[in-house]
Structure formats: structure tokens, C-alpha cells
Ligand binder design. Structure first.
Ligand code: C2E
Ligand code: MG
Ligand code: MG
Ligand code: MG
Length: 286
């Protein structure tokens, strides 16, 4: 019936686009078995204090070791998993693995450090979120204070009150709540003030162009960011910058008063073993 649709509808039958749809469908269909077969792996990336130079935390980032396509980045499959709902099982599997790893890294109260795990929109709205997170902590024995959950602003800016109640319950147990990719959404600090948020993670795109003024001497992103950091501090939040690739960027962020940084300058996401030295636990596991 392609022809019947007429010449004007050609764009709908763009073969490249068709292939993409088929590929997306195939990937979605493969995901449940991939989860069973352990094809999803968690990598870890350090967050470093801009003032002490020490490790403050580690973010868990999922990858798919696909037997035919090789290594897939989250951008290639997380949106599909969100669509199909598999993100719930995948997200909690990542949480469990990351908490297990963190419990091995930090069996004692010292040194400080936490594992930071991304929560998908569907997880934030999952009525069983609190129970599932508490279950993982019980099973792994991880101190709740060593767990940070990263959520995006858009996942909580809606009308529902349930997610907010859930976040309060999690925070009451000592879990840290962070806002991921801050600056790309509503960036409504007045709203966030009502939530049990501990940390803002500034989206990498703000870090890329840091300069005090532009060629004409006008204030740039850097001034906006400086104001944001000081407002965040007034509200008692810590600020971590993402996507820090150069020492110049780290320098600017330090000047602004940003607390911590994450990015290739400090380490790419890698295996638990690769991070182990930084953590200082010397557990040598995984
Ligand atoms: P995110 O949570 O904002 O994670 C930061 C992303 O920046 C990661 O991309 C990381 O690899 C990348 N990155 C780190 N340092 C640098 C740098 O210096 N330069 C540049 N250009 N990029 C850097 P990644 O691993 O591809 O993950 C993309 C997104 O996928 C994450 O963004 C997060 O939103 C999502 N994601 C990853 N793992 C999970 C997960 O387990 N569950 C859920 N729901 N989402 C996840
Ligand atoms: Mg994140
Ligand atoms: Mg982010
Ligand atoms: Mg992101």
C-alpha cells in the first residue's frame, strides 16, 4: 500500500527511517533476554572535590554489551526501555549491582563516599519505588547515607504528589537526592526548595563554554552559573559539574565556587576494578 499513499507521503517510506524503526523494534524485543543473560553492565565514573581533590562519590552508568552490535551507550537503549517499561527491571537491576559494589568499596564508615544511581522517570513514578530501594539496601547492607539517587527535574515537575512523598521517605532514611542535568529543564530553584534535594548536577553543556565575559565584555554562562551556585549554596545544596574535560574548565568552576566535578579530566566511566584504586578500599573485587 506504499504506492496508494501517494507521492506526497514519500517521507513516510524513507528506507533509512524504516530501517531505524525496525532496528529500534528489534532492540526493544531483545532487551528482556539480554537482561536475563547479563548483557547489561554497570560502569563507574568518579566525582571529585574541586577543593580537596578527593573522591566524593561515584556515578553508576549502564551499558549494553550486545553480542552482535557491540557496546551500546545508554542513549541508544534507555529511551526504548522507558517506552516498553523494561526500564523498571533494568533500573532496579542497576541499582542492586551498584549498591552491592558500593558495599564492597566502603565496608567501613570511613573514607567518605557514595554511589550515585540514575532513576528513570518511570521509577520516580513507580508506587513501589520506596519499597524496592529499601529492599536493595537491606539485601546489600549498604548504609543509606552512601546512596544518592539522581532524578531529572522534569520527572517531578508534574502534578502528582506521590513522587514527592516517595522522595521524602527516601530522604528521611538518609538517602541523598540529586537533580541531574540541572539547567536543561525548568531550573526552578524555588520549587526545588520544597523537595528533599541535597545536590544539583550541572549539565555538561554549561561547562563547555565557560568564560567570564564574551568578546564584547558581556556576562556569559559563567556569570549565570556563578549566581546559580551561590543560590544553591544559600539553599544548602551542593553543586557538582558534569562533563568537565579540561583543567581550564575545572579552574573556572573552582572560581565560581562549584563544589565537585565529574568528567573525562578525572576519569572516564570504567569497570569497578578501575575505580577501586581511587576509592581507596583496596578490595580488589570485581
Ligand atoms: P547522565 O546521568 O547525565 O550521565 C552523564 C553522562 O555524561 C554519561 O553519559 C557520561 O558518560 C557522560 N560524560 C561523563 N564525563 C564526560 C565528559 O567529560 N565529557 C562528555 N562529553 N561526556 C561525559 P552516558 O554514560 O552515555 O549516559 C547518558 C545518560 O543515560 C545519563 O546521563 C543518564 O541520564 C542515562 N543513564 C545512564 N545509566 C542509566 C541508568 O542506569 N538508568 C537510567 N534511568 N538512566 C541511565
Ligand atoms: Mg546522572
Ligand atoms: Mg547529567
Ligand atoms: Mg542525562
Amino acid at each position: 500500500w506504499a504506492k496508494a499513499a501517494g507521492k506526497g507521503r514519500w517521507a513516510l517510506f524513507d528506507p533509512a527511517r524504516d530501517d531505524l524503526e525496525i532496528a529500534r523494534y528489534a532492540l526493544s524485543a531483545q532487551m528482556p533476554a539480554a537482561l536475563e543473560h547479563g548483557e547489561f553492565v554497570v560502569e563507574y565514573q568518579p566525582m571529585v572535590s574541586l577543593f580537596e581533590g578527593t573522591l566524593v562519590g561515584v556515578e553508576a552508568l549502564v551499558r549494553w554489551r550486545h553480542p552482535k552490535l557491540g557496546r551500546l551507550q545508554p542513549g541508544e537503549f534507555i529511551p526504548l526501555a522507558e517506552e516498553t517499561g523494561l526500564i523498571l527491571r533494568l533500573g532496579y537491576a542497576v541499582l542492586e549491582e551498584a549498591c552491592e559494589q558500593a558495599a564492597r568499596w566502603w565496608p567501613e564508615p570511613k573514607p567518605e563516599g557514595f554511589i550515585s544511581v540514575n532513576l528513570a522517570v518511570r521509577q520516580v513514578h513507580d508506587p513501589a519505588l520506596v519499597t524496592k530501594v529499601f529492599d536493595v539496601l537491606d539485601r546489600t547492607g549498604l548504609d543509606p547515607a552512601r546512596l544518592q539517587l539522581e532524578i531529572t527535574e522534569s520527572s517531578i515537575m508534574g502534578t502528582d504528589t506521590e513522587p514527592i512523598a516517595a522522595l521524602r521517605e527516601l530522604a528521611a532514611r538518609g538517602i541523598r537526592i540529586a537533580i541531574d542535568d540541572f539547567g536543561t529543564g525548568y531550573s526552578n530553584l524555588a520549587y526545588l526548595r520544597r523537595l528533599p534535594v541535597r545536590e544539583l548536577k550541572i549539565a555538561g553543556e554549561f561547562v563547555t563554554g565557560l568564560r567570564a565575559t564574551d568578546a564584547a565584555g558581556n556576562p556569559t554562562d559563567e556569570r549565570i552559573l556563578a549566581t546559580l551556585v551561590s543560590l544553591a549554596h544559600t539553599l544548602g545544596l551542593t553543586v557538582t559539574a558534569e562533563g568537565v574535560e579540561t583543567t581550564a574548565q575545572a579552574e573556572r568552576l573552582r572560581a565560581i565556587g562549584c563544589d565537585a566535578a565529574q568528567g573525562w579530566l578525572y576519569g572516564r566511566p570504567g569497570s569497578a576494578g578501575a575505580i577501586g584504586d581511587l576509592v581507596g578500599a583496596g578490595s580488589g573485587l570485581a
